[in-house]
Design a protein around this ligand. Structure first.
Ligand SMILES: [Zn+2]
Length: 265
């Protein structure tokens, strides 16, 4: 009996130890919801973030602008209509802080977005070192594309005790992707694959070998007639070129829970 009791005690102690350890290193998982084109909603325990929120006029977006009543941050990659989208309206409705490059920030101010709705009191940011926002680390990266104001960018978003997510914006493939992926190991990459204005399936599949993310979600396809209608070719090429990378194709409205993972480094 004594032996059974001591074994029971050991099991209780072990369970307590494991659950305490799990709590101490509690993971901040992030729900990533695809809204069509390059629009995503990222929801963590503490933050709701929209990236390139093109809601109004987006032919595949599953939500309406009126459905958005909560947002902390809006990340804008560049000012083309299908990326800037409803940034100003969402920020005005929710009080969300907008992150954009300096010149695009100035354009938002000229369109009546108050300076205290734009990061750094209207100054925005630029490509380079990280900025910390309440436990969130943001890095603006280059993108090979165009923009009416400033330059186009991508974002690396590092959640505290959570995943690192890269949104490439609109871009062609470029070899520095390798450097960014090495500096900030990427758990989840959101990559354009539609061609014409951005990487096509072939370039995007090859870019996986530069970025080396654990998981990729394709974007920027299936909206305009001049873009790839679906992700089938990308899925096939990614399986050949980068079989270690997990490919998740989301229909607009679907979500994926991103976690900190052992990145393919
Ligand atoms: Zn664009």
């Amino acid at each position: 009996m004594k032996r059974i009791m001591s074994r029971f005690g050991m099991i209780v102690a072990l369970v307590l130890f494991v659950s305490t350890a799990a709590y101490a290193g509690q993971e901040n998982n992030v729900t990533v919801t695809f809204l069509g084109q390059s629009a995503f909603k990222l929801t963590s325990d503490t933050k709701t973030i929209y990236i390139d929120p093109w809601i109004t006029g987006n032919p595949v977006c599953p939500i309406r602008l009126e459905d958005i009543d909560e947002a902390d941050l809006i990340l804008v990659t560049h000012d083309h209509f299908d990326h800037l989208g409803d940034t100003i309206a969402i920020s005005q409705a929710t009080g969300a802080t907008v992150v954009a490059v300096y010149e695009t920030a100035a354009k938002l101010l000229a369109n009546n977005l108050p300076a205290d709705h734009v990061l750094n009191f209207g100054f925005g940011r630029d490509i380079g070192g990280p900025i910390d926002i309440d436990g969130l680390t943001l890095i603006m990266t280059p993108a090979v594309h165009s923009s009416e104001s400033g330059v186009p960018v991508g974002y690396i978003v590092k959640f505290a005790n959570g995943p690192t997510i890269y949104h490439a914006g609109d871009t062609a493939i470029f070899s520095d992707m390798q450097l960014w992926g090495r500096l900030y190991p990427i758990d989840l990459a959101l990559l354009p694959i539609g061609g014409g204005f951005t990487m096509d399936a072939r370039q995007a599949a090859q870019s996986l070998n530069l970025l080396r993310p654990a998981t990729v979600i394709p974007m920027h396809y299936g909206t305009f007639p001049m873009l790839a209608p679906n992700a089938d070719e990308f899925v096939a090429l990614a399986a050949k070129k980068a079989p270690d990378v997990s490919v998740r194709v989301l229909m607009p409205g679907e979500s994926y829970v991103a976690q900190q993972s052992d990145c393919v480094q």
